[in-house]
Design a protein around this ligand. Structure first.
Ligand code: AMP
Length: 302
């Protein structure tokens, strides 16, 4: 089993009430790969500039992530800069510099198109669609997006949404995309476009999944120390889809397990800045929090 991910590889500058980091490793494809590689084989397709410190990806290589689809192009690496206040659920984007992403076209190395699962991480929806066209026989396809693309590339985004099995968004992004304040209405509108399921991320409040059987609600793992929420969504997606690719079957049960595993991985990501927590995360630590999750969400019949 394997997952192909296309998304951003970035140098992030992030400020939260607990500290500030500049030009550190980030990007949707990186957070996703670091999380998904704890469960299954990952192949990454993205671009960086000649200024990118490639040795920072050694930990992914050691975890078996196939980086042959990472192009190094003339120019500067994609840069994103953001700030969070005490309400860590709200991201304030200060700057987005596409740089080498402006001229990027995903070129899949041989064998990459045969991946069982495809994750279109947050990136220009036109590029997401280009990859989708090349990976025709994936058993499961999922995509993420954000307000930047909902506002700037709505038509291209809708075309990608129409063509995938699972969509994930933040709740504010769902409201913006669907033009509805009710999450139920928003989820119905997205599912009417084609996707079988929609996973809505709610930051420190958890995640909700809508599909034909109804919905499933999972809280977030309770934490006293959240230092940097950057990458929570991508690492949630990595745990979620990494597990589904590993078990190779999509049932209401595996989807629920995947949502909790995604939440567990994200709970580690946000405890430290950048990729620090994900670098050293182990499956044992994940399973320990998974068991805690089972205990604090179990309700006995009355
Ligand atoms: P998340 O916090 O999970 O939504 O994702 C944060 C990551 O997304 C950061 O590491 C950023 O580098 C990356 N990112 C932010 N804006 C964009 C964008 N417009 N396109 C692609 N990636 C982005």
């Amino acid at each position: 089993m394997s997952i192909l991910v296309v998304g951003s590889v970035a140098l992030d500058t992030v400020e939260t009430p607990f500290g500030k980091v500049s030009d550190v490793l980030g990007g949707s494809a990186i957070y996703f790969s670091a999380a998904a590689s704890l469960f299954t084989d990952v192949k990454l397709v993205a671009v960086v500039g000649t200024d990118f410190p490639l040795e920072q990806l050694d930990f992914l290589r050691e975890r078996g992530v196939d980086l042959t689809g990472l192009q190094v192009a003339d120019g500067q690496t994609f840069r994103w800069s953001g700030r969070y206040d005490y309400d860590l659920n709200v991201t304030h984007t200060l700057d987005t510099q596409l740089n080498v992403f402006a001229d990027f076209h995903p070129d899949l190395p041989s064998g990459f198109a045969n991946a069982d699962t495809l994750f279109l991480a947050n990136i220009d929806p036109t590029l997401q669609f280009e990859v989708l066209q090349q990976v025709k026989q994936a058993r499961l396809t999922m995509m993420d997006t954000m307000n930047f693309w909902i506002q700037g590339q709505r038509e291209a985004l809708s075309r990608t949404i129409e063509s995938v099995d699972i969509v994930t968004m933040n709740e504010s992004e769902l409201r913006m995309f669907a033009g509805a304040s009710s999450l139920l209405t928003g989820a119905r509108r997205v599912r009417e476009l084609g996707p079988k399921a929609l996973v809505i991320k709610q930051g420190e409040y958890g995640a909700v999944m809508f599909d034909e059987s109804g919905y499933f609600v999972a809280p977030a793992y309770p934490l006293e120390e959240v230092r940097d929420p950057t990458g929570a969504g991508d690492s949630f997606a990595g745990g979620f889809l990494g597990y589904l690719d590993k078990v190779g079957k999509l049932t209401p049960q595996t989807i629920r397990q995947a949502i909790i595993l995604g939440s567990v991985v994200a709970s580690y990501t946000v405890g430290q800045f950048s990729l620090e927590a994900l670098r050293s995360l182990t499956t044992d630590a994940i399973m320990k929090r998974y068991e805690e999750f089972r205990n604090f969400t179990l309700v006995e019949p009355v």
